[in-house]
Design a protein around this ligand. Structure first.
Ligand SMILES: [Fe+2]
Length: 322
């Protein structure tokens, strides 16, 4: 591949979100740049699809690949087309896996820069997803099978979004309340964008200082949501790490003072964190994960017992109706 030097400022570029670099046509209309001695050189032209050999060639260079910020629109548009095609189909397991896979790519692309425009995209897409799920309520009992096993923040978010979209339907959420909760779920960890990567991706235990920084993400998320006109999604972002016994953060709220929506996202968040792959430990199976939640959270009165019971039933139906 012949590389050409181009006249572009670094500010007009952003790192290529790793998870979206895969074989297929998602990036066909997007130019990819290689940062070479601090200067961007054209690495893939528009019109060239990402092939297997391109991926092999690029594996070593991944951290140095960039795209134009403005081209995220092209990627988002392509993801949208695919989602709309999927929404014309009945939500079987294959379709839902593709839907949440596309949502993961979307989150990876837009949450790198959670400004108003990008959060509006998240809102629009997750709102449409809520509409699709609500018009096919049985889809609630397939979502646990769609969870992607990986440890990036964007996949964690789309996994939690998948679980919440199913669990909330199971709990009887409908209409605007349902839509708002699904959108909140997809935005709940937006504050993690401000947590340095060394902490976010650290394999193993955080030091006290690192943990203190990590625990800022609900407040940072709430700030981002307030400043982008998403006030209705602040409670979930701000309170999803509060515990019923007051031992959570950032406010140490107790019992009924924690909004129900934050409790719903929290239980899905905990379950996903335990069953998802992390670099430093094996993922738990659903039974082990629920046992740990019972021992570490329910018995210590950190989570709502009725909600836990509902969640167990919800997962049980996910497991038996495949
Ligand atoms: Fe969180």
């Amino acid at each position: 591949m012949k590389a050409e030097e181009v006249d572009l400022t670094i500010d007009s570029l952003m790192p290529l979100p790793e998870k979206i670099l895969k074989e297929g046509d998602l990036l066909t209309d997007v130019e990819i740049y290689l940062m070479y001695h601090g200067r961007p050189v054209l690495y893939k032209r528009k019109g060239v699809p990402v092939t297997k050999s391109f991926l092999l060639e690029s594996a070593e260079l991944l951290k140095n690949l960039y795209i134009k910020r403005e081209d995220t629109r092209i990627i988002v548009e392509r993801i949208h087309q695919r989602l709309l095609e999927l929404y014309n189909k009945e939500p079987d397991l294959k379709v839902l896996r593709e839907v949440f896979g596309e949502m993961g790519s979307l989150m990876d692309t837009v949450l790198a820069l959670p400004n108003k425009e990008n959060l509006d995209v998240v809102k629009r897409f997750t709102g449409e997803l809520a509409g699709y799920m609500e018009s096919h309520p049985d889809s609630a009992y397939l979502v646990a099978f769609t969870l992607k096993k990986d440890f990036t923040t964007s996949l964690h978010i789309s996994n939690v979004g998948a679980l919440v979209s199913g669990f909330a339907l199971h709990l009887g959420y409908k209409g605007e309340d349902y839509k708002k909760l699904v959108i909140s779920a997809f935005m709940h960890d937006v504050g993690k964008i401000k947590v340095p990567d060394e902490i976010l991706k650290k394999p193993g235990k955080l030091t006290d200082e690192e943990y203190r920084i990590m625990k800022m993400h609900p407040v940072w998320g709430a700030d981002i949501l307030k400043s982008t006109g998403n006030i209705e999604h602040v409670p979930v972002a701000l309170f999803h790490h509060e515990c019923m016994d007051g031992s959570g953060y950032p406010s140490g709220l107790t019992g009924d003072k924690i909004p129900d929506e934050a409790k719903i996202v929290q239980i899905c968040d905990i379950y996903e964190a335990l069953t998802g792959v992390r670099p430093y430990r094996e993922p738990m199976d659903p039974y082990e994960a629920l046992t740990l939640v019972r021992e570490q959270f329910l018995k210590k009165k950190k989570i709502d017992k009725d909600l836990y019971a509902d969640f167990v039933i919800f997962l049980y139906r996910n497991r038996t109706e495949d």
